[in-house]
Design a binder for this molecule. Structure first.
Ligand SMILES: O=C(CCc1ccccc1)N[C@H](Cc1nc2ccccc2[nH]1)C(=O)O
Length: 176
């Protein structure tokens, strides 16, 4: 059993956005359920939920358990889910062209010439551009899977390689 959550080994608490409710998920068996599994220590679980799942940012602005904070720079292309943005009403570039553009941004960022946040303001096709690409805190289950997996694989401070999602191609920087 996990000392932190009180749940049996392998089980974790996740957040259902659609129902805005916590649910219980076993990553190895892929089981999920609305009620804690048998073998849970109810007092430990109650304390854990009170601390980490009390609201979007948990206690005192700390990220609620399982939440991370990222910024990203998105370049859309004609096959993006929504090939339009604040930058360009009708985006017709190909995915290959989008990747080339993002490679250029990646070189400038990784050489230290400019920060991702400062380039996102003018170059990102996401509405978060006006917030320097900052997406705020999010947990698993809140973003497109390809984006989520890449973001959660980063350590705080790390910048991803080029990540493809239904929205386009991204560079992701994990803050917290
Ligand atoms: O969905 C949004 C808004 C994202 C956002 C989250 C939190 C704060 C501000 C913006 N924008 C889409 C483009 C887009 N697709 C994404 C997929 C994953 C992460 C960020 C993304 N941004 C679009 O503009 O088409």
């Amino acid at each position: 059993m996990s000392d932190i959550t009180g749940l049996p080994d392998g089980w974790e608490v996740r957040h259902s956005n659609s129902k805005n409710l916590p649910y219980y998920f076993n990553a190895s068996t892929k089981e999920s359920r609305w009620e804690p599994p048998s073998g849970t220590d109810p007092e430990k679980l109650k304390a854990y939920m009170a601390t980490y799942h009390s609201g979007p940012s948990g206690i005192a602005g700390l990220p609620a358990e399982g939440k991370i904070r990222c910024a990203h720079l998105l370049v859309k292309h004609r096959d993006s889910r929504r090939p339009s943005s604040w930058r360009e009403n009708n985006i017709t570039r190909s995915k290959e062209e989008a990747i080339e553009i993002l490679r250029g941004h990646e070189q400038r960022i990784k050489s230290g010439e400019i920060r991702l946040a400062d380039l996102a303001v003018s170059e990102s096709d996401c509405s978060s551009a006006r917030k320097k690409g900052d997406l705020g805190f999010f947990g698993r289950g809140e973003m497109q899977k390809e984006f989520e997996d890449a973001a959660f694989a980063l350590k705080p401070g790390e910048i991803s390689s080029i990540v493809e999602s239904p929205s386009g191609v991204h560079l992701i920087e994990r803050y917290v």
